[in-house]
Design a protein around this ligand. Structure first.
Ligand SMILES: [Zn+2]
Length: 112
C-alpha cells in the first residue's frame, strides 16, 4: 500500500498543498489559493524584468552610440540600481521589505 503524505501549505497552513516551483528555483508547498497568488506575483516579476531589460538595453545602446563609455554607463546603471534597491537611497530603515512596500505604495499614490 503506498504511503501518502499530506503537505500543508507553506503560506497559510491549509492541507493538501502541492509542490509549486518558483522562478527563483525554490519549491514551495502551496494550496490552490496561494499557488494562484504566487503565480500572479511571479508573472508580475517577469513582466517587470522584461520591461526593465528592454528599457536598459535601449538606453545603453542610445548612450553608447553617442560615445559614452561602457564603464561610465555601468556606473550610471549601478547608481540607478542603488536608487531602486530598498536598502539604497530610498531606504529609511534596515528593513528592505518594509522599504519596498512603502516605496511601491508611494508610487501608486503618485499615480492616483
Ligand atoms: Zn495556502
Amino acid at each position: 500500500m503506498p504511503v501518502t503524505t499530506t503537505l500543508e501549505c507553506d503560506m497559510c497552513g491549509k492541507p493538501n498543498a502541492l509542490a509549486f516551483h518558483r522562478p527563483s528555483q525554490m519549491t514551495e508547498a502551496l494550496c490552490s489559493d496561494c499557488a494562484r497568488n504566487a503565480a500572479l506575483i511571479d508573472a508580475a516579476h517577469n513582466d517587470l524584468h522584461t520591461q526593465l531589460a528592454a528599457t536598459v538595453q535601449a538606453w545603453a545602446g542610445r548612450w553608447a552610440g553617442v560615445g559614452v563609455g561602457v564603464p561610465d554607463l555601468g556606473y550610471v546603471l549601478w547608481t540607478e540600481a542603488t536608487y531602486w534597491h530598498p536598502l539604497g537611497f530610498l531606504g529609511s530603515t534596515d528593513d528592505a521589505q518594509q522599504n519596498a512596500h512603502t516605496f511601491v505604495q508611494a508610487l501608486l499614490d503618485d499615480v492616483n
